[in-house]
Design a protein around this ligand. Sequence first.
Ligand SMILES: Cc1cc2nc3c(=O)[nH]c(=O)nc-3n(C[C@H](O)[C@H](O)[C@H](O)COP(=O)(O)O)c2cc1C
Length: 185
Amino acid sequence: MAVRILTLVGSLRSGSHNRRLAEAAVQIAPENVEISVFEGLGTVPFYNEDIDAEGTVPAEAAKLREAAAQADALLLVSPEYNGTIPAVLKNAIDWLSRPYGAGALSGMPVAVVGTAFGQYGGVWAQDEARKAVRIAGGVPAEDLTLSIPGSVVRFAELHPVDDPEVTEKLTGVIEGLAARTAATV
Ligand SMILES: Cc1cc2nc3c(=O)[nH]c(=O)nc-3n(C[C@H](O)[C@H](O)[C@H](O)COP(=O)(O)O)c2cc1C
């Protein structure tokens, strides 16, 4: 059975370089690994315990939980915003962290990659994403990293899928993540 990896993109803008990086992951996925990109993160309401109760969970949040529950692993693809992760990604992690101890993130292998404009390619955001995932009960892959600096310049004309250095490293992350799942590759 194929390993199913769900990708969450931390940027909502249509021209997002991180979205393109996620598209590259979908395109280069090795045989027996299926990668999908979650659509609709921007319409998931802010996490609120008042509405996280039976019968009142918003449809978009329920859709996110369902998609994560059906995946074997998560791939977070995100820029850095002001030294940390964009709110949209943190919001997704918060929804996936509940019910406490039994959220979709529980025991889930998670890799974090991304591109940002700064010279370190968003490593602070990636560190923070792994920290939040760990506290939420997920299993961040500390050694599977890819942080690409200079997003706006590097990918101005070039789609990440046409950048051999990117695709080689991204393939390594995907293979490493798939190998961490219970599913057979
Ligand atoms: C609100 C905001 C904050 C940002 N803060 C950082 C930052 O702390 N570090 C960094 O390297 N780039 C920062 N950037 C630049 C982004 O990394 C860059 O625009 C990136 O390409 C955005 O991702 P996207 O192309 O997927 O939308 C920031 C951009 C925005 C809009």
